[in-house]
Write a protein that binds this ligand. Structure first.
Ligand SMILES: [Zn+2]
Length: 457
């Protein structure tokens, strides 16, 4: 099967060398490596003040190891992904806190606690969706932006009720409470008990202008109490001004002016790539291929990102305020859990395309703050080819034409691999980007974004 990346040619290598010798005084160039003195480019990329827009892109489970694996495979060890080109880069700590002892860290976070951290500025326990350890809801950057007059968007390749898209718009004590008929862990939040309802209901009630992803099954659940009792959450959405679309074709025909809820699958969206399954004794060297079983009517993440940026840009023209948009590559994490190297790499490469789209917008709209980060580290590690580990390994032939062996060893073979507690990359471009440099805490990102948009909190 052909590799999905094109082989580097001598011509390209020469062109890259020549380009590296030319000082390009743009912010984008500051993130590129090279042998030239980058002091002036980095200085130029330090911009304070307000941002008109914030585009935050989150690779779920996209630790430094996941980025390196994708880079090696797709563009080679000396190549650079779009996300490598952001001018300001730092690392942030991701720990959660213990539910019953919130003064103590829980060193390995999940996407719910880490998401609550960057979305609200507060640490919480694993499984919490934008509530404090005692269950108190805390406002999110998206809610504050919307209240201040910004357009808002929330995009993911997972269910829209999954942790990352949920932390921006919902407040429940357990991330599993995705629909009005799935509230077992969240009696206090249920509509019938006087709460704000499930994540699906709160997505619609908070009402971002653009919501794109999976999770149709929870929008099809029936509301149990209140004004929309007896109707589905999707019907609640339509009754409150949403146009609901289900296919990439329908999404492409959406025009600015009406809120849009796009759900393109019952659960998470389909994977971009497939490839070898790691085993205890490794695999023969092979390459990844496109997932031919992928549902053709589902948009790719970059399609959704492009549409969301375009709609929010158009809808905020002429307004004092721009927009806040979150874009998640969710299945990097899910395929790391599944010990699926090509699944994981394909999702990272597609996420990187969306980063490229956001950075292209940033170049033409420099008053936009773009952030690229992850929520936590994950399992996959590059190990020496020819060795075995206590876990499962697979070997891929990379863009360099070399073999790369990837090991999954944070859980027994066949069971779900686990998150890790490492710090992860946070990179940025635009106003306030300098605040991600050095080593910060995940909760600091909320304050950077809020400051950029001039939000009261
Ligand atoms: Zn995970």
């Amino acid at each position: 099967m052909p590799a999905l990346h094109s082989r580097r040619t001598a011509v390209v290598a020469v062109a890259l060398t020549a380009a590296a010798l030319v000082a390009i005084p743009s912010a984008a160039a500051a993130g590129a490596g090279g042998r030239s003195d980058r002091t002036a480019a980095v200085r130029k990329a330090v911009v304070g003040g307000h941002a008109r827009n914030v585009i935050m892109l989150l690779g779920d489970g996209m630790g430094d190891s996941e980025i390196t694996i994708a880079r090696n495979y797709q563009v080679g060890a000396d190549g650079r992904l779009a996300l490598d080109h952001l001018p300001m880069t730092g690392e942030y700590t991701t720990y959660a806190v213990q539910k019953d002892h919130p003064e103590l860290p829980d060193y390995v976070t999940d996407s719910a606690a880490s998401g609550t951290g960057w979305a609200t500025g507060h640490k919480t326990y694993n499984g919490a969706i934008s509530v404090l350890p005692d269950g108190t809801p805390v406002p999110t950057v998206l809610e504050l932006a919307k209240r201040a007059g910004y357009r808002t968007g929330d995009v993911t390749t997972a269910e829209l009720q999954d942790a990352t898209p949920a932390v921006l718009v919902a407040h429940v004590v357990d991330r599993g409470c995705k629909g009005p008929q799935s509230m077992d862990g969240c009696a206090v939040n249920a509509k019938e008990n006087g709460g704000a309802g499930s994540i699906a209901e709160q997505l619609v009630q908070t009402g971002p202008d653009v919501m794109l992803g999976g999770g149709q099954q929870y929008f099809d659940q029936v509301v149990q109490a209140g004004r929309f009792q007896g109707r589905t959450v999707a019907q609640q959405a339509q009754a409150t001004g949403y146009q609901v679309v289900r296919t990439a074709d329908q999404l492409s025909r959406v025009t600015p002016g009406q809120k849009v809820l796009g759900t393109f699958g019952p659960n998470n969206l389909d994977l971009e790539w497939v490839g070898p399954t790691p085993t205890a004794v490794g695999t023969a060297s092979s390459t990844c291929s496109a997932n031919t079983a992928r549902t053709a009517s589902q948009p790719h993440l970059d399609d959704m990102a492009t549409k969301a940026i375009s709609l929010l840009d158009r809808e905020s023209r002429g307004s004092r305020h721009g927009f806040f948009l979150q874009i998640e590559g969710a299945s990097i994490d899910k395929q790391d859990h599944a010990a699926n190297p090509c699944g994981q790499i394909g999702e990272t490469v597609e996420f990187d395309k969306a980063v490229g789209t956001a950075m292209a917008y940033q170049r033409s709209h420099p008053d936009t703050l773009v952030i690229v980060t992850a929520d936590h580290g994950h399992t996959s590690q590059i190990v020496e080819t020819g060795t075995t580990t206590t876990g499962a390994t697979a070997t891929l032939r990379t863009h360099d034409g070399a073999d790369m062996t990837i090991s999954y060893a944070t859980a027994p073979i066949g069971s779900s691999q686990q998150h890790t507690g490492t710090e992860v990359r946070v990179a940025a471009a635009g106003p306030q980007a300098a605040n991600v440099t050095g080593v910060t805490n995940q909760t600091d990102l909320f304050f950077t974004m809020a400051r950029a948009l001039g939000l009261r909190h």
